[in-house]
Design a protein around this ligand. Structure first.
Ligand SMILES: NC(=O)c1ccc[n+]([C@@H]2O[C@H](COP(=O)([O-])OP(=O)(O)OC[C@H]3O[C@@H](n4cnc5c(N)ncnc54)[C@H](OP(=O)(O)O)[C@@H]3O)[C@@H](O)[C@H]2O)c1
Length: 273
């Protein structure tokens, strides 16, 4: 990543904010170019000690002359934080990109809260594997984003995971697949562990088998072969796997995923209203 990113403000150093900070440092960003804020001084000193970054509770100080400002507070706080920092962003000669990581908050709502009309805005739906550098960031951007700003912001996000750009109308659907997706795989793994215990495996052994299998299957999927092809390759005729797959299909696994993702997308749209 370019070492010349300028000052990076991270407003809200909670789970997502900390994952972003950790990823940036791992990618070689200078710790003192990051300024993170929290309201609680305890959390700020914890982050300063752990990462050597600048911290504080003053959001205006954090965004002053920043090249980008990542908003990692809860959705309910996003607009009030933007209003708090918006005049400072407007006064910056170089443009400061505003990057919201909040579920549900639309680019139109963000645009309505900033003072300078041409501020480059990004709406990102991350997911929690960014905590281990393996996140997925679904990104939609406003019409005021130029190529240079886009490359800068997407490069920073890439430090903690894969970046996929979509038009904003697809963000709710993407939220249902990747934003909420880790929970589906956790639930599936949890159920597989219980099923293994029911078959007589000690719980720690079942847990190790299920988690390592999820990780290995994930690695194979990332090599680009389609999931259907990978599954066909492990379903030998009249074998054990095809017997299990038949039970899963008859139990309605596919239908459950259609319904689950519809519920998640609808909830995401509702949060933005
Ligand atoms: N966690 C996920 O799985 C996930 C997935 C996708 C998207 N997101 C999005 O990521 C965002 C952050 O989620 P999170 O899980 O990281 O939440 P979190 O752990 O609660 O972090 C929010 C942080 O913001 C700080 N904060 C609150 N108000 C502030 C203010 N006015 N100024 C400065 N700092 C402030 C809080 O600390 P103080 O209370 O000390 O101020 C806290 O450390 C949310 O908008 C969420 O929609 C999260």
């Amino acid at each position: 990543m370019s070492s010349d990113l300028g000052k990076i403000a991270v407003i809200g150093g909670g789970n997502i904010g900390e994952a972003l900070i950790a990823g940036l440092l791992k990618a070689g960003v200078e710790p003192t170019s990051i300024f993170a804020t929290n309201r609680s001084p305890e959390r700020s000193s914890e982050l300063a000690q752990r990462y050597g970054i600048l911290t504080g509770s003053d959001n205006v100080e954090a965004v002053t002359d920043a090249s980008m400002c990542f908003l990692c507070v809860k959705p309910a706080q996003i607009l009030e934080v933007i209003e708090e920092v918006s005049d400072t962003v407007a006064r910056h000669d170089e443009s400061t990109a505003i990057v919201s990581m909040a579920a549900g908050i639309t680019l139109a709502a963000i645009e309505g809260a900033v003072s300078a009309a041409g501020t480059p805005l990004f709406r990102v739906m991350p997911n929690t594997p960014m905590l281990v550098g393996r996140g997925v960031h679904v990104v939609a951007s406003s019409r005021f984003v130029d190529e240079e700003k886009r490359a800068q912001v997407l490069g920073v996000l890439a430090a903690t995971g894969r970046v996929v750009e979509v038009p904003e109308r697809l963000i709710d659907a993407a939220t249902a697949v990747s934003g909420s997706g880790p929970a589906y795989f956790f639930l599936l793994t949890e159920a597989l562990v219980d099923a293994g215990v029911s078959l007589g495996l000690p719980r720690d052994v079942a847990q190790e088998l299920a988690a390592a299998t999820a990780s290995g299957a994930g690695e194979m999927l990332m090599e680009g072969t389609s999931p259907a092809q990978l599954r066909h390759a492990v379903c030998s005729p009249a074998g054990t796997t095809v017997a299990a797959v038949r039970e899963l299909e008859e139990s309605g696994l596919r239908g459950a995923l259609y319904r689950a993702t519809e519920a998640a997308a609808a909830r995401s749209a509702e949060l933005g209203e």
